[in-house]
Design a protein around this ligand. Sequence first.
Ligand SMILES: Nc1ncnc2c1ncn2[C@@H]1O[C@H](COP(=O)(O)OP(=O)(O)OP(=O)(O)O)[C@@H](O)[C@H]1O
Length: 275
Amino acid sequence: MQTATTLQKQPTPPKAPILEIENVSKLYATPKGPYTVLEDVNLTVYEGEFVCVIGHSGCGKSTLLNMVAGFNKPTDGEVRLRGSRITKPGPDRMMVFQNYALLPWKTAFDNVYLAVKAAHRNKSKLEKMTITRQHLELVGLTEAAHKRPSQLSGGMKQRVAIARALAMRPEILILDEPFGALDAITKEELQEELLQIWRQNRVTVLMITHDIDEALFLADRVVMMTNGPHAKIGEIVEVPFSRPRDRAAIMEDSQYYELRNYALDFLFRRFAHAE
Ligand SMILES: Nc1ncnc2c1ncn2[C@@H]1O[C@H](COP(=O)(O)OP(=O)(O)OP(=O)(O)O)[C@@H](O)[C@H]1O
């Protein structure tokens, strides 16, 4: 049984903004005319924060994170990293996808090494190999470094993808439903590892998930989006559990169920999908 102090409200995080999403709208051209996915989205993310974004399928979560990654641009408004407008992808923002996106003909080591080579051009080969090894070790894959993606489990592939992203030393790690394809046990293991990595690397994390429990376990704040078209941020829930987090302790806390029910009510009553 955990004491009340374990679960008390965490101190307010330092408020240095790293990412600003300001009055962002996004229209896609479609054969039926312009389609407004997002309208007037505003969000400030602070250095070192862990922010989860939840919302129904198709509301525009990936569209929003792709604008942070620089893969697409807002139609209106702007996204800024440390005050500079984001116009293209950069090594300061690395993205991890649900489907891993590894090169199938390369080993785990080479998948990470290629990224290290691109990000640390001025380092010697030995240094680059050391960085690669360190990041594989960070995700517990030292023994599997020589294996190709087809020889790895889903969880291991996602570990390689996370190692590869972190090896680029990004300021923001962007995760688009990274654990969506994994079984429940692997998913929980990776959630714990991700929290450890986040703490050790002091990276800011922006993550899409469909899983409210995952969001409440991982995030400092959970951003809940309304349905599209014209989706916006409906509400932001502050997650009060202290860190490091203990899953069992959180699940014994009545606040957890209050927050969970609140999020469920938002998604399945106030902004239920039409179908
Ligand atoms: N390039 C595009 N052109 C036209 N419409 C698009 C384009 N990309 C996305 N859309 C549409 O924009 C809407 C939002 O898509 P997006 O992938 O951002 O949603 P999402 O919330 O991430 O969905 P999911 O949770 O299912 O991944 C969807 O209706 C989608 O069909």
